[in-house]
Design a protein around this ligand. Structure first.
Ligand code: SF4
Length: 491
């Protein structure tokens, strides 16, 4: 049976594929981890897992498909996840199997003891590595790219866990923010370009007591457990947290950071502070820049909720055109599996969004959204706004045209399905059905992030889905790159 557009997340958006959380030296490590994963639910809704380590050195694990609240609502499950250290993972996957064996954290028993790992990102040489490892006799248990970490660590000739991990990281290419747990430490690692986020937080520690330490994808997961933000983990940095404190290792040659610029536009939760920048404020600045670049006479600025809201606020403030919630989002759309008839397919967008007619009727409307991927949802929303009586509809997008797929941990359609890869601006406007369409420019986006513009020789962010400038080689890529990469599921 087909999963339709009534799914709670929007299949006409790029989708963040994972969130990670790890905690060391906490009384209720698994409970804190479940809370952290709950705060990171927007980074993955398909499955969640926790691996906890108790004081006797025994690991306990629980994984399930579905939302964090469903997977960890049973008190018996939580009670069994004993220990003062834990790591957890949220997973998103649209294609291929979402079988339990792919749900992270991955765990294995080595000669040096147990080792669990949770990975946000996607490896771009995992297919080749996997082939070599299988030829050497490694038995893979899942189809996730992250499992190569386990096998590379297993066969490493180094003696300590950290040296084995560094040895493994030297062999992989791609984007990764990891949290890992073994008997002696909680470990965090970020790829040399720092594509995906990872932050360090601290909880308690007053009066000379040893604090709890948290490693997680976003600061919103620190807030929920009451931890204070300490700092971002640097690109290429490995953090080892043990009973003696926090140790930093930087084994890679320093490179220009290329953090994912789309985290600011859409993926990160608006209350998170990412790489020192508040996401909500940044989205408002992007909206203001968009208004400066592509102003148009109108009566009202309307966001496509929820992700378009801060940019629309920024647009409204800059342009002086009133902001109104002309589209209301239904937050209670659950996952429904229904027969894929055309009638139901067309209903999809209406289940999630409805027009607030008095705010639209007879008005010239500026609709603000964060991105256009396939364009199918945009077209339906524009139809809905026109059906509610809007006189004109102008669409403004707070990202540049999405012309390339992402291979660094974001679920994207193949390039041929991206509207902006196939059509020019005029054609896109016609397909979506708007009176005018404008995207923020690449330089405008960089300006909204406090940069003078994009330096093509040394871009400050990963922006490959807008430029095709992939900072990390797509080693697995070939003639059939999309098919090959889809064989291994990102994390
Ligand atoms: Fe982010 Fe786009 Fe780069 Fe992927 S390609 S990491 S979505 S900026």
């Amino acid at each position: 049976m087909t999963d339709l557009s009534t799914r709670p997340h929007d299949d006409d958006k790029f989708q963040e594929e994972c969130g990670v959380f790890g905690v060391w030296n906490a009384t209720d490590a698994a409970a804190l981890t479940a809370l952290g994963l709950h705060a990171l639910q927007h980074r993955g809704q398909e499955a969640a897992g926790i691996v906890a380590l108790d004081d006797a050195g025994i690991f306990h694990a629980h994984k399930g498909q579905g939302l964090v609240g469903d997977t960890f609502s049973n008190p018996k499950v939580m009670a069994a996840l004993r220990g003062s250290a834990a790591i957890g993972h949220n997973r998103y996957a649209t294609t291929g199997e979402t079988a339990l064996r792919n749900v992270q954290p991955l765990y294995a028993d080595f000669a040096f003891g147990g080792f669990g790992v949770a990975h946000n990102g996607n490896l771009t040489n995992a297919l080749g590595l996997r082939r070599n490892l299988v030829n050497r006799g490694c038995l893979f248990q899942s189809t996730t790219d992250s499992e190569v970490f386990i096998h590379l660590i297993a066969i490493s000739l180094y003696s300590t866990v950290v040296d084995r991990l560094i040895d493994a990281l030297r062999q992989v290419q791609g984007a990764y923010s990891l949290v890992a747990l073994h008997n002696g430490a909680l470990i965090g690692a970020r790829d040399p370009l720092g594509v995906r986020p990872l932050v360090l937080g601290r909880l308690g520690g007053e009066g000379g007591a040893a604090p709890s330490w948290v490693l997680t994808s976003e600061t919103c997961a620190l807030d929920i457990v009451g931890a204070e933000f300490v700092r971002d983990i640097d690109a290429g940095e490995i953090i080892v947290i043990d009973d003696k404190g926090v140790h930093s290792i930087k084994p890679f040659t320093k490179q220009q950071d290329r953090f994912c610029i789309f985290e600011y536009i859409y993926f990160a939760r608006p209350d998170s502070i990412v790489e020192g920048t508040p996401v909500y404020q940044t989205r408002k600045s992007i909206g203001a820049e968009l208004a400066r670049e592509s102003g148009v006479a109108a009566d009202v600025v309307v966001p496509v909720p929820d992700s378009g809201v801060p940019a629309a606020m920024g647009y409204s403030m800059e342009s002086g055109i009133p902001f109104e919630l002309g589209i209301i989002r239904n937050h209670y759309v659950g996952r429904t599996f229904i027969e894929p008839t055309d009638q139901i397919r067309n209903l999809g967008v209406k289940l999630k969004h409805s027009a607030n007619r008095p705010m639209l009727e007879g008005k010239r409307v500026i609709l603000v959204d964060d991105s256009i991927v396939r364009g199918t949802t945009s077209r339906k929303i524009v139809e809905m706004v026109r059906a509610a009586g809007a006189k004109e509809v102008h669409m403004r997008i707070s990202s540049p045209p999405t012309t390339h797929s992402c291979y660094y941990g974001i679920d994207t359609p193949e390039r041929g399905k991206l509207l902006a890869a196939q059509h020019d601006l005029e054609e896109m406007a016609r397909i979506i059905g708007v009176d005018s369409l404008a995207f923020i420019s690449l330089d405008g986006l960089y300006r909204a992030l406090g940069k003078p513009g994009r330096d093509p020789a040394k871009p400050a962010y990963c922006d490959a889905c807008f430029t095709g400038d992939y900072g990390i080689p797509l080693t697995d890529a070939g003639d059939n790159q999309d098919r090959q990469l889809s064989l291994l599921q990102a994390s």
